[in-house]
Ligand binder design. Structure first.
Ligand code: HEC
Length: 150
């Protein structure tokens, strides 16, 4: 009898632990869909390697513009708003908000998606590569504590 009570307590304890740690899904997880409706889940570690293609022109650091604007905080940012960067009219007036899905669609073929852009990059044709890259881009943001000061 006493044994059973102990077991129940132990199970309840485990359940408590599980609910105290709801971060089974890492914050950098992205799920995007291609034109056929197929979903892709991104892997930030793989995406960091792909970012080397972007790093020729883009910095991952806040406020550091190179040939292209800083990509710090790009996921969720309104197009054409990196400070002190001189955008083309096409980019500045695109009206895009860089959601995960918008980045996924754009990066396949930037110059086709945004006629007139001065981003001279051919694009990433593989959907999985784009999903991974966006998962990495999503990590380029202030740590949660800094984002929400208490
Ligand atoms: C050859 C240089 C070059 C490469 C490589 C490049 N970009 Fe760009 N990128 C630019 C330039 C220049 C702009 C500004 C475009 C404009 O103003 O028309 C830009 C703009 C952007 C924007 C819009 C930013 C905003 O604030 O609206 C995004 C998003 C972006 N690039 C992502 C990427 C990613 C991701 C990669 C890698 C897969 C990449 N770029 C590779 C030069 C480059």
């Amino acid at each position: 009898m006493r044994m059973r009570v102990l077991i129940i307590t132990a199970v309840a304890g485990l359940a408590g632990l599980a609910s105290a740690a709801p971060t089974a899904v890492p914050p950098s997880t992205v799920v995007v869909k291609d034109a056929k409706g197929v979903s892709y889940t991104g892997d930030a570690t793989a995406g960091e390697k792909t970012f080397k293609q972007c790093a020729i022109c883009h910095s991952s650091k806040l406020g550091e513009n190179k040939i292209g604007p800083s990509l710090f905080g790009i996921v969720g940012r309104v197009a054409g708003t990196a400070s002190a960067y001189n955008y083309s009219a096409a980019n500045k007036k695109s009206g895009i908000t860089w959601t995960e899905q918008a980045l996924f669609d754009y990066l396949e073929n930037p110059r086709a998606k945004m006629p007139g852009t001065k981003m001279a990059y051919v694009g990433l044709r593989k959907a999985q590569d784009r999903a991974n890259l966006i998962a990495y881009l999503k990590t380029l943001r202030p740590p949660p504590a800094a984002a929400k000061p208490k």
